[in-house]
Ligand binder design. Sequence first.
Ligand code: DGY
Length: 319
Amino acid sequence: MSEKPLVAITRRLMPACEKRLAARYAVRIGDDDVVYTPEKLIQHAQGAAALMVTPTEAMTAAVIAALPASVKVISTVSVGFEHIDLGAARTKGLRVTNTPDVLTEATADTALLLILGATRRASEGERIMRARTWKGLRPTFFLGQQITGRRLGIVGMGRIGAALAKRAQVCGMKVFYNNRKPTQDVEGAVFVERLDDLLAISDVLSLHCPLTAETKGMLNAERIAKLPDGAVVINTARGGLVDDDALIAALRAGKVYAAGLDVYNNEPKADERYAALENVFLLPHIGSATIETRTAMAMLAADSVDAVLEGREPPHAVA
Ligand code: DGY
């Protein structure tokens, strides 16, 4: 009987997926479920045919170069793949796969949650209730911004941006977007060719572009200054898109009314200044964190492992 190929997984996955993988492969799971150092990553991959990772694992050129020759594929359980050096993977002849599509709806739900949470001061209200300091209903108490009729500017009209656009339209928002090219995906959404022009009309600005060398720190002081006074900033994409100093200064000054953030620079150590601000609605990177979606993501990542190890083209290859 031939030995089963080894699949090394850095994080615990949804039970149904772990069970599926264990039925077919020898499986090495990172039971401690923590961020691995480069050394530990390389050690974890020894003897593996496939490596399943998540965005918390920095698959740098050095780590990839040091992976054992047995590894054929790096399958990330995420749509984002900025944590993987694709050039290094290609040089080593490795396939790299990701999990788009299946997380679109959950992530768009989270973006809408952030819009509502930020505009209606949801976490501030929750804090009042938990502190038991509520004095009761008053007509002028605790007023937020209404989103009906407001302009939503979407940066990056991919699948998640489009799914958010549809939700926002149902809430009565007017949708504008900036993208490499216009898309037909959302009826009534207006393409704005220049990012600066989009910023100028975004009462709510929501980021949905990938983190690349070009987009890193794109929401900086200069761009924030172009937003209407009292705009709201939403980020479910990647923390690296935002210059924290600039956003925090704008939140303190009231230039930005509120922010809704699910992703941060230097996760999990989000800039502590956010926690001291009342006008931010903060979530711990849970955009796709539903049972259904995390199961679908893990299953899709496993499909890619199966495909590569069987010599087939994987469903979603990025390298
Ligand atoms: C992704 O898929 O890239 C998310 O950020 C993690 O679920």
